[in-house]
Write a protein that binds this ligand. Structure first.
Ligand SMILES: [Zn+2]
Length: 405
């Protein structure tokens, strides 16, 4: 009797423990082994000068050009990855997957053969008045439809990548367009003119890709800069930083962007262990509206992020770390002061003092001693070279951390 009571209690206990991990509710013939709801990664960033930092990726591809995922998957993935803004920027000229789609539609053609593969690129290059061979707005429309249907608070930007000779002319993303079909033209500058007519912005993509240098190429690329068509440059594309571009952006008044240029699912490219996030651009803006984000880009209030590296103008990098870190004096004697540095954001800081580098991880506090001046015992302001921040000419900024702000 005692034994069976013990057994009953034991079984009840086991069941109540295991019930936390799986359930048979609503599925009489199946045991659900785990709850499949996956949560969004929240990336906590500081506010700078009253601006919120919005997280954007201005360069992605879908199966509407040569990407491997649908527009709706790009939106869902952006939400899981912690973004606020995503631009779907399928190529005007490269539409690899169209032929597969048209093959699938073959039974609907008159004679049952596959529809002719309408390659917009060749047509664009051959005809001055290039015809629109497919609805180039379709990927954007699908992405917006899906974001609205699923109540995903992701701002989708209508964009496209204008693809020309990569080593001589380069690639350019047109962003914030009204109608992608209307910008098709064999002449690059006529396309640019149409982008601007629609109120769009032009970003020079991966300036060093497929080339020996990231410097401005002679000819049409030089002309694009000289005539003021370019609004911003991709200083980081995926995992590649083009350090010489920072000086160009500052001198010519262009925004710096960091984007994935994702063709595959981002989970296959970026680390899944939460040590860092996908490549993205932080934008300092009043609100997450098209007007406000465009204004911020025109005023160049951006910081590029990739693999826990931050790239931008020195004043923004300094403002970022000072807004992210709270610093207090915790102890003091004749020789030194001990400061505590608390990192209140999701990005770590690699702080170099003399020859040592200290990692201040997200949401952690580090205590650090700064010696006083040997002559008059004056306090030295806490100052570090931040190894994971980059501004002009491959330099890491030397940042003074404000105390008790
Ligand atoms: Zn691209």
């Amino acid at each position: 009797m005692k034994k069976s009571l013990f057994f009953a209690v034991f079984v009840t206990l086991c069941y109540s423990v295991s019930a936390q991990f799986y359930t048979t509710q609503n599925r009489p013939n199946a045991i659900r082994l785990f709850n499949k709801n996956v949560s969004r990664t929240e990336i906590i960033l500081p506010k700078i000068d009253g601006y919120t930092l919005y997280k954007a990726d201005f360069h992605t591809h879908t199966i509407y050009s040569d990407g491997d995922v649908t527009p709706r998957e790009r939106v869902r993935e952006a939400w899981y990855d912690g973004l606020d803004i995503i631009a779907i920027t399928d190529h005007l000229e490269i539409r690899t997957y169209e032929k597969f789609m048209l093959k699938a539609l073959a039974p609907y053609s008159k004679d049952g053969s596959a529809f002719r593969y309408a390659h917009a690129g060749i047509a664009n290059k051959q005809n001055n008045e290039a015809p629109v061979l497919s609805n180039l707005n379709a990927a954007y429309e699908e992405a917006v439809y899906y974001a609205e249907r699923e109540n995903l608070p992701i701002m989708v930007v209508r964009g496209t990548e204008i693809w020309r000779n990569p080593s001589k002319i380069g690639e350019y993303n047109a962003l914030f367009l009204q109608d992608i079909n209307a910008i098709c033209h064999a002449d690059l500058f006529e396309s640019f003119r149409r982008v601007k007519e629609q109120g769009g912005l032009i970003m020079h993509n991966h300036p060093g890709w497929s080339r020996k240098t990231a410097e401005i190429a002679e000819g049409e690329q030089q002309r694009a800069y000289d005539e003021g068509w370019i609004d911003g440059v991709e200083i980081i594309n995926s995992t590649s930083l083009y350090p010489t571009v920072a000086r160009r952006c500052i001198e010519k008044g262009l925004f710096m962007a960091a984007n994935t240029d994702a063709h595959r699912p981002t989970a296959q490219v970026y680390n899944g262990t939460n040590e860092f996030f996908r490549t993205m651009t932080f934008i300092m803006a009043k609100e997450c509206s098209e007007k406000s984000i465009k204004e911020a880009l025109k005023e160049r209030r951006t910081i590029g992020y990739s693999g826990n590296h931050l790239v931008g103008e020195e004043r923004y990098l300094s403002a970022f770390i000072n807004a992210a870190i709270t610093c207090h004096v915790v102890a003091e004697n004749d020789k030194q002061r001990t400061y505590s540095f608390a990192n209140n954001c999701s990005v770590p800081f690699m702080l170099q003092y003399k020859n040592n580098v200290y990692k201040l991880a997200p949401f952690k506090t580090l205590n650090f001693n700064f010696p006083k001046e040997s002559k008059d015992k004056k306090n030295i302001q806490p100052q570090f070279v931040v190894q994971n921040m980059w501004h002009i000419d491959e330099q890491h900024p030397k940042v003074t951390i404000s105390v008790d702000k």
